[in-house]
Design a protein around this ligand. Structure first.
Ligand code: SP5
Ligand code: ZN
Length: 353
């Protein structure tokens, strides 16, 4: 299988995030992608390709151009304001409760603040999403990784793996968050839909609900989003990911959330996966975009499922058995000692080895 990788992710050199207001060591660190790269290299069964530049247009096909400009400008603007921080995170966010009782047009018409502190909240979801000097360049490169994996698959490969970092599935049209800045999988799915004119399915197997991907395709009949994730009643992103969220308007019925309890076993996971794959196969299309996370692993520091390395081979095998072409994009997974072998197991599974 072809693997798309670039060292450009190293510029997103995050050391700390905040958890309930306190600085803690970051979970989404550069070492993650290096561990995966090294494991795939040692396996010997993977061919590495560098991403090619795809420009800004595929990004603004799903994201607000204002988000792109903010992510580009945030670090230099913070220097200009002499904020003197090693990473940037907002304190204040425009929660919908602020606008309770006011007309929707008032909230929608408010201007983007001028200061970095205000803009961080305006474009952000949460405080555990540090932005550093190299974040914008790395996030742009991660999009190119995803789009190069799309090129490979549309060019005839059965499957390609994009080692995206930073990840993407929490980023919505006008919002970064959850270690994500641009939604790599959504940008990939949009590019596939536009190029092929076919329907596209996104299978999200990260431990967390992909709120950003759901939001981007909420009203779209041509992109089916299905996600297996921790019940948002107990876990990040908390406010989306329930089973009753099924899409609206032309996208009605094209969003399927399968929230899961803590302690989820391999067998229970596979049962949920079969439901997801059945729903995908009930719809036309020839390509699946996989949002691949390993924070479902039993030892993950921020997850609470009980999956083992063995099940990932089986998951990869079952996904490949759909006989659809696969654009596999890396999302989360924070237990570094098993990240390499879990990725190898999953990808080998898709190849039946
Ligand atoms: C892509 C992805 O997996 N993003 C996940 C973002 C999760 N952000 C919230 C992290 C909360 C960390 N909680 C630490 C709990 C320690 N018991
Ligand atoms: Zn996750």
């Amino acid at each position: 299988m072809q693997v798309v990788y670039t060292a450009a992710h190293l510029a997103h050199d995050v050391r700390h995030e905040t958890y309930l207001g306190e600085p803690i060591p970051a979970h989404e660190v550069a070492e993650r992608a290096e561990i995966i790269r090294t494991a795939l290299e040692s396996d010997g069964g993977f061919d590495f390709t560098a991403p090619t530049e795809h420009g800004e247009r595929p990004i603004t096909a799903v994201h607000d151009p204002g988000l792109v400009r903010f992510l580009e400008e945030a670090w230099p603007a913070a220097q200009q304001e002499q904020l003197d921080r090693s990473f940037l995170v907002a304190d204040t966010y425009p929660t919908f409760r602020m606008f309770e009782g006011m007309s929707a047009s008032l909230a929608a018409g408010q201007p983007e603040p001028l200061s970095v502190a205000g803009r961080l909240g305006w474009w952000g979801l949460d405080t555990s999403n540090p932005l550093v000097e190299g974040t914008y360049g790395a996030a742009r490169a991660a999009v190119d990784v995803a789009l190069t994996a799309v090129d490979l698959v549309l060019g005839g490969e059965r499957a390609a793996y994009g080692l995206c970092r930073p990840p993407g599935h929490h980023a919505a049209r006008s919002m970064a968050g959850g270690y994500c800045f641009f939604n790599n999988a959504a940008i990939a799915a949009e590019a596939i839909a536009r190029t092929t004119g076919e329907r596209v399915a996104i299978l999200d197997v990260d431990y967390h609900h992909g709120n950003g991907t759901q939001q981007i395709f909420w009203r779209r009949p041509d992109v089916f989003y299905v996600s297996i994730h921790a019940d948002p009643a107990r876990q990040y992103p908390f406010f989306l990911g329930y089973a009753h969220e099924t899409g609206e308007g032309p996208g009605s019925g094209e969003n399927l959330n399968l929230p899961q309890p803590a302690g989820l076993s391999d067998d229970a996971y596979l049962a949920a996966l079969d439901r997801a794959l059945e729903a995908i196969l009930a719809r036309p299309g020839s390509v699946i975009v996989v949002s691949l996370g390993f924070d479902t692993y039993g030892r993950d520091p921020i997850g609470d499922f009980a999956l083992t390395t063995d099940v990932y081979r089986d998951v990869g095998r079952r996904v490949a058995a759909t006989d659809r072409r696969l654009v596999i994009l890396q999302e989360g997974g924070y237990y570094r000692p098993a990240l390499g072998e879990n990725t190898v197991a999953w990808l080998r599974g898709t190849e039946g080895r």
